[in-house]
Design a protein around this ligand. Structure first.
Ligand SMILES: [Fe+2]
Ligand SMILES: [Fe+2]
Length: 169
C-alpha cells in the first residue's frame, strides 16, 4: 500500500504528465500553423505518449488498491519563435521530468515500495529515450539552420513517426 507521501507525489506526477501532453499539443499547434505537418505529427505522437504516461501512473495507483486524485494542470506556453526554440524547450521539459521521476524513485526506495520501484524503472528508461530523441532533433535542426530545403526534409522524416503503445509497459 502507498504512503501518503508517495501517493501525493504520484498524483502530482499524473497532473504533470497531462501538463506535458498539453505542452506538446501547443507545440503541435505552432507547427501546424507553420505548415510543417511532419513536425506537427511528431508532436501529436508525443502528446499521445504523455497521455499514456499519465494513464500508466493512474493504473498503477488503482491496481495498488489506492485512489488517484486528478489535480489542477499548469498552463502551457502557446508562443514559440522557431522550430529550434521549440525543441530546446521540449528537451528542457524532459530534463525536468527526469528529475521528477528520480525523486519519485527516491521516495519509493526509502519506503521499500518494490512495486512502485519496478513501475518507476520503466519511466527511468523511457526518460533516457525522451531526452535522446529531443536532443537528436535539436542537433539536426542546428545543422539545417537557415536551409529551407533541409528543414522540409526533416519535416518529411518526422512525418513517419507513429504512436504505438509500448508492449513492455
Ligand atoms: Fe511523460
Ligand atoms: Fe515525455
Amino acid at each position: 500500500m502507498f504512503s501518503e507521501k508517495l501517493q501525493n507525489a504520484i498524483n502530482d506526477q499524473i497532473a504533470f504528465e497531462f501538463h506535458s501532453a498539453l505542452l506538446y499539443k501547443a507545440m503541435q499547434a505552432y507547427f501546424e500553423d507553420e505548415d510543417l505537418p511532419g513536425f506537427a505529427n511528431w508532436m501529436d505522437v508525443q502528446f499521445q505518449e504523455e497521455l499514456f504516461h499519465a494513464n500508466k501512473f493512474f493504473t498503477h495507483v488503482a491496481e495498488a488498491g489506492a485512489r488517484a486524485r486528478i489535480m489542477p494542470i499548469e498552463d502551457v506556453p502557446n508562443e514559440f519563435s522557431s522550430p529550434l526554440e521549440v525543441f530546446r524547450a521540449a528537451l528542457a521539459h524532459e530534463q525536468i521530468v527526469t528529475a521528477r521521476i528520480g525523486k519519485l524513485m527516491d521516495i519509493a526506495r526509502e519506503e521499500n515500495n518494490h512495486a512502485a520501484q519496478i513501475m518507476l524503472q520503466w519511466f527511468i528508461t523511457e526518460q533516457v529515450e525522451e531526452e535522446a530523441s529531443a536532443g537528436l532533433i535539436i542537433r539536426k535542426l542546428e545543422r539545417v539552420e537557415g536551409d529551407g530545403r533541409g528543414l522540409l526534409m526533416l519535416d518529411q522524416e518526422l512525418a513517419q513517426r507513429v504512436f504505438t503503445p509500448p508492449t513492455d509497459a
